[in-house]
Design a protein around this ligand. Structure first.
Ligand code: 5AD
Ligand code: SF4
Length: 458
């Protein structure tokens, strides 16, 4: 297009949904770089626009189709030269439908196939028609991705596990992301080393069921056998330069003792755990096929707190699952009161085509869902505010991973995953620094620099 340089092409990726998608978008940039694609700030400046989509709730899917409508017009105005690709979970679940409904789309690529983008683009250039690539081949994908990564900031995602075999009855993930797959231990460790070498200080291990990760112990481990996430975290913590480790998202069924112990033993492991429970009623948990009860969940929380007293918990909740009564909903509020969450995501149940819950009797009326969601969110917001207020006056290590939005402001994260703003702290970007917390809202903290504990990244 007009403003792209002769041999570089503009790439605009719009990412929806979870952190797995954020990671995948970063890796798509790495895959497309050798072809001359460089990121641009707007779709207007792009030669290729990729929508990396989310299928988890109906609203997320609708957004994709309306964005495609806008892109179609843009493509027409550009005389048809703009290429449009749809990636991610909507691509996986509704690939044929997208091709049929939106002829402006050139490529549809599922979450396990984006390493094939270069070959798909080449085929397009030879005009062999629209291209759909939605195989499940996670192993092949990871092998094919470039070993080096483009890093912007002191924190980086590292995908270690994909897919899900849990089949919660409301969820599309097992269908869109495929079966549980654990990446090879050596490949993960090599990627972690490479990130540390590039100056990354925080590694966030990612997976749909990240604590289901397991892999063969590397050759140097004389005990051999199989590693779980706890062992992997202990190993990554030994890599020089890795100051903080986080992981997300976990399932209560996979909360192994060794992982809990790692929270006690590994200094760099952040005292924060995102452990979705979804509901507080055993009847609903059963209908959701969560494979745990409310009291089993509470017992895990207790054990983790015993290992690391200051740990902060986050969770996901669904209100209005089919058959949910007032009494069931009260049980969710009860569970929330019992735990005290630092953060939470809560959603109205959204029937997803092809999932068992979509066909269940006793779907809950929309206005009831609205009322319950408002009550739950009021309680969760109260807890988030209380948690943040409790940090006022404390000094915490903040990792300033990226520049803040406002001029001169630094934005970082506390060990408990609270976002922390420091005015006049732009020079802190890339640093871990000791910050005194002087103010709190429900969603963020305001801090003042006490001391920088590490040099500013070049
Ligand atoms: N309706 C509402 N929320 C859902 N989630 C997953 N599927 C649905 C659905 N059909 C929520 C769950 C999950 C989070 C990522 O999205 O709480 O943990
Ligand atoms: Fe979906 Fe349940 Fe798997 Fe999480 S554990 S991805 S909610 S099926």
């Amino acid at each position: 297009m007009a403003d792209s340089k002769p041999n570089t092409k503009g790439l605009y990726i719009k990412t929806y949904g979870c952190q797995m998608n954020v990671y995948d978008s970063e890796r798509m940039k790495d895959v497309l770089k050798p072809l001359g694609y460089a990121p641009v700030d707007s779709p207007e400046a792009a030669d290729l626009v990729v929508l990396n989509t989310c299928h988890i709730r109906e609203k997320a899917t609708e957004k994709v189709f309306s964005e495609l409508g806008r892109l179609r017009e843009m493509k027409q105005e550009a005389g048809g030269t703009l290429r449009i690709a749809v990636a991610g979970c909507v691509a996986q679940a509704e690939g044929d439908e997208i091709m049929r409904r939106e002829p402006a789309v050139d490529m549809v690529v599922g979450p396990q196939s984006y390493h094939r983008l270069p070959e798909m683009i080449a085929k397009l250039a030879r005009k062999t028609g629209d291209i759909l690539e939605t195989d499940f081949a996670a192993e092949e994908k990871f092998d094919a991705l470039p070993k080096t990564r483009e890093i912007d900031g002191a924190s980086a995602f590292l995908s270690i596990q994909e897919g899900c075999d849990k089949f919660c009855t409301f969820c599309v993930v097992p269908y869109t992301r495929g079966a549980e797959f654990s990446r090879n231990t050596d490949a993960i460790v090599a990627e972690a080393r490479e990130l540390a070498r590039q100056g990354v200080r925080e590694i966030v291990l990612l997976g749909q069921n990240v604590n289901a990760w397991h892999g063969a112990a590397p050759a140097h481990d004389v005990r051999g056998g199989e590693w779980g996430l706890g062992a992997l975290i202990r190993h990554i913590a030994q890599i020089g330069g890795v100051e903080r480790i986080r992981y997300t998202t976990s399932h209560p069924r996979d909360m192994a003792d060794d992982l809990i112990d790692a929270h006690r033993d590994v200094e760099q492991l952040a005292p924060f755990m995102h452990l979705p429970v979804q509901h507080g009623s055993d009847r609903i948990l059963k209908a959701m096929n969560r494979q745990h009860t409310a009291s089993e969940y509470l017992r895990i929380i207790e054990r983790v707190r015993a290992a690391r007293t200051d740990i902060a918990f986050a969770s996901d909740f669904i209100v209005g699952f089919p058959g949910e009564s007032d009494v069931d909903f009260e049980a969710t509020l009860q569970l929330v009161r019992g735990v005290g969450f630092a953060q939470a995501y809560s959603f109205k149940y959204s029937p997803r085509p092809g999932t068992p819950a979509a066909g269940m009797q006793l779907q809950v009326e929309e206005h009831v869902k609205d009322e319950r969601l408002a009550r739950l969110q009021a309680l969760l917001n109260e807890q988030a505010q209380a948690f943040n207020d409790a940090t006022i006056g404390r000094k915490v290590d903040v990792l300033f991973s990226r520049a803040g939005r406002r001029a001169g402001q630094a934005l970082g994260y506390s060990p408990y995953m609270q976002s922390v703003h420091v005015d006049g702290g732009a020079h802190l970007t890339g640093c871990m620094a000791l910050i005194e917390i002087v103010g709190a809202t429900m969603t963020s903290l305001k801090g003042r620099l006490v001391t920088a504990t590490a040099e500013v990244m070049a």
